[in-house]
Every structure is written in structure tokens, then in C-alpha cells.
Design a protein around this ligand. Sequence first.
Ligand code: C2E
Ligand code: CA
Ligand code: CA
Length: 563
Amino acid sequence: MNILCSEGFLHFFNAMQIETVSLDDILNLTPDALNNIADEFHLGKFEIKIEFSGPIRDLKDYNITRILYESNDGHEHFAHTRCIKNQEKGNIYYVVFPVKGYNYTVDDKTKLDFIIKYINLIITRSITNELLNRRQFTDYMTQLPNTAYFMKFSNDLGIRGILNKYTLIFSNLKGFNYINQQMGSQAGDSVLKEYSKKLKNFYSSDEIIARFGGDNFVALLKNERVEEYINYISNINISIVNDNKTKTLSISARSGIYPLPALSGNVGEAINRANASLIYAKKIADSDCEWFTDSILERINKDREVVSGFRTALIHKEFLVYYQPKVNVITKKIAGCEALVRWKHNGKILPPGMFVPILEEEGLICDLDFFVLEKVCEDIRNWLRNGITPPRISVNFSKHHLKNQDLINDVISILTKYRINPDYLEIELTESATSDDFKAMTQFVDDLNDHGIRTSIDDFGTGYSSLSLIKDLHVNVIKIDKSFVDNIATEDSKDKIILGSILTMITGLGMNVIAEGCETVEQARILKEMNCNMIQGYLFDKPLPQDEYTEKLASAYIYPIDI
Ligand code: C2E
Ligand code: CA
Ligand code: CA
């Protein structure tokens, strides 16, 4: 065995000892290393064949056949062959031919086996290392690159100074939540896996599409390929097995697109911008894809500010409740009012249009509604303590409350806390499109009725208003939307005719009516003529701060308007 300690072997051993990373590096240096022992081992030809089978695609990347050494003197045909099992479902074959004119003895073969095992050790170590690396950079479920690899890949492009040849596309799947809810999360996972395979087929080696968690996918593609990609993901058919049946689904994605500038080192910011464009496409533009613009960024940043500032604002009581009088046009006295929220933010008073829709979108609106309800109850208590009997106050309640199983108890506990007679309150709701919502709403209205709290339907005449639904909903008041009032004073107004018949039906059903958004005496006169005697609008007052409204209540104010 002394040959193993020969000078040639030591050279071979040292040459293979280099801390190599990739399999390629190892295969490239092995021929030189083998050269050191070629004479001692009578090498004619040294061949390696790596073979992996099975479902793991990553492993198949390693399947190669390579000649690591070949003598100029030719080789015999009877080889010494070793097959070593490696990893899962993998074999590495080593085939060693003796040089022409030589035959391996048993002793030779033992020594060769030692060399083979040594080379094998180094090769498997490198494959394992690479697999570990890949794992660190691969999304486990979809086998797509993950966020970490995306960052590394884009960084490398940045270092090479070619980022500006690329466009970043942030996408997510339309209706994915629906699939998860209707077919179960397992089906959702299958969709993501199959979908990812299709994405893998799309990008080339100098591009990348990574999974950023959930159904979010971020692509970095050559500029000229963006259109093709948007087209590709506008409809991808996939098949999954669900309930033992194969189902074909056609999946479409929504995207935000951001072409990288020439001098961008900051890929994180680019991802934010593409994501902002995606949010804009989804929530504001309702489109399939949006290219980034500065105004999108501004808009999205503002929205984020609202969301992130909301909790602190609630704690610091930055929300104010204003009161807009509802006027009885016969007596011209205040006959009720609507509580409308404002946000005192950085010294400015923000109208609800700037934050209510965002809070609705984020599901935060319910907390604000309860804050308003509580403030209203507190004010009622204070007015009563000061000898003022306030007319009924209506509070706006978002549709989001209808998901709350404990809604009625939550409302009642606030009234109880301030010892408020329910007769002082009214809850304003807007009509609902879905039948689920409608059921929950009917229940809530009935619960409120049972507790003596009145209800009204807001913005009647917009959206999904329907008289047939209204009669099944036992509300007390219908609020006619401003858009009707706007048009009634114009000549030959169609809205006036429609409004006329609506009013007849509503009063016929035993409900009360109020018109909102009345700005002129003429509008008020027409409404009065039509027997709509409760009016809310700038003609009388804008929403008033609490102290101004209190003054009007205390003085039993009568509006000096000739209607
Ligand atoms: P809304 O419930 O339909 O409230 C009526 C809106 O019309 C108020 O706007 C009011 O100031 C405005 N308005 C009343 N009369 C006139 C008029 O003669 N002319 C014009 N141009 N406008 C008039 P505001 O206060 O800006 O509120 C906007 C919307 O924000 C409300 O519409 C409501 O949907 C929402 N909102 C306000 N406060 C709350 C709240 O506490 N909770 C919830 N969920 N939504 C709220
Ligand atoms: Ca309202
Ligand atoms: Ca309204």
C-alpha cells in the first residue's frame, strides 16, 4: 500500500483538497489532480457518470457524463467500474480503463477504489453543499426562487451595471382567496405549485421569477419581454386534483410594473414601487396592470400613512365628531342630526373622504365607528347633564360590522356605559349587494329594533338601492341621496318624477324620509311640495363642531329661511 504515500499521490491529494464550492469547479480540477497519479495507477481513461432520477428537478441538473482523464497512449477495453449510491435516488459511476497494454490486478483495484472513494467524497460533499445553498434560495412549496435569491440575483445584475435592461413586475393572482375558501387550502397549494411550474417555463437563465410568499410573484425580466409576460399571465390554465376529480382552472394575474432606472442600486425600493402600482391597479384603478407613476407612489404612501397612523390617532383622540342638523321644514327647527367624523391631524382637519374609504379597505373602520358612537353617547350624557334634550342623533355604521357576531351586544354595552336611552340614537346603514350581507343586515336591524334603536338606509338611490329589498328590511328611515336632490330643481327633471314615486312608495310602507345634500331654497321648496319635510344640507348648516351645535341646541334655533 506504500504507493498511496507516494509523491504523486500526495500531489493528487493536495490538488483535490482545495476548498472548492461548485461541482463544476471540482470536475475542472480533477483531471490535473489525476495527472499526478496517472503513471502509478496506469490510467488509460477515467470517466464519471452522475445519474439522478425521481421527482426532484434540482438533482437532475447534476446528471452528466464527463471524461476526467485520458492518456495519449490509449486504453484497454476492460474497465474497473464502481457504482456508488449517493443522495436520494442517485448513482455515481466511476469507470477506470487501464492504459493500453496493462490489466488491473486485484491489488490495483483495491488502490483504485481508495482513490474513487476519495473523489466521491469530495463530489458528494459539493453536491450536498449546493443543494443546501439552493434550499436556502428556493421556495419550498413551489420550488421557485425565493425572496433571498431574488435579492442576490438582482444585486448581481446591479454589480454588473445592467439592471436598466430589466423591468420588475409584481403580480398576484386574481380570486386566489376565493379558491382557498371554496376549495380548501390544499387545493390552494396545488394551484400555487402548478402555477409556479408554468412560470418556471417562462423565464430564461438571465431572468428570474420568484415567489414572495402567498400568491405574490415578482419577476425581473428583460425590458423587451414585459408585454409577452403580461400576456402570458393574463390567462394560465392549470389542472389540479380536488375531491378526487381533476379540475382545470384558468388563472389570471394582476400586476404592477416598474422599469428599473439606469442608476438604481436599490432593488428594495423598486419592489415597493412595483407593489404600489399593483395595489393601485387592484384597489383604485381596477385594472389588470399598472405601470408605475409618481402619483401612484404619492397616493399609496398617503394610504399607508393613514393606516399606520390610525391606531395612535384613536388612542390620542385625534378624531372629532361633528354634527350636521336635520331640519323640519315646517317648523324650521332642528329635528335631529347626523354625527360625522373628522380627523385632526398635524393641525389640519381632514374630511372623512380622505381616510374612511382606506380604513374600510383595511377593515379598520369598525373601531372608528365605535369611537364615534361612544363620543356621541358621551356628548348626549353631557347635554342632558346641562339641561339640553338633544334630538335624535344618527351614527354611520359600515357594512364591515355585519361580520361581527356580537355586534348588537357591543352596541348596547356602550349605551349602557353612558346610561343612554336608545331613543336618542339612530344607526345609518348602506344597502348591501350580497345576500349574505343582506341576511346579516336584516338581523342587525331587527336586533336594534328590539332594543328600541332606530335605523336608516343611507345614500338611497345610489348603487344597489332596491325598493323590493327595502320592504323586507324593517328600517325606520330612508335617506334620499344628494344626487337626487341635485337634479330636482332642473326643468323637466326625470329625477323629480322618479323621486316622487319613490316617496309615495316609502311613505306607503310606513317609513320616514329625509333628503340629504339640499343646498338651495328652491330644492327645499320642491322637497316640501313632495311631502318630504325632513331635510339635511348646506342650505341649513354644514356639519358643525360640537360647541357650535350645542349653541344652536341651547338657543332652540329657528332657521330664518323662507321655504
Ligand atoms: P354620508 O354618510 O352620506 O354623509 C353625508 C355627507 O354629505 C357628509 O360628508 C356631509 O358633510 C355631506 N353633505 C351634507 N349636506 C351637504 C350639502 O348640502 N352639500 C354637499 N356638497 N355635501 C353635503 P362628510 O362629512 O364629508 O362625510 C362623507 C362620508 O364619510 C359620509 O357620507 C359617510 O359615508 C362617511 N363617514 C363620515 N363619518 C363616518 C363615520 O363615523 N363612520 C363611517 N363608517 N363613515 C363615516
Ligand atoms: Ca350617513
Ligand atoms: Ca348619505
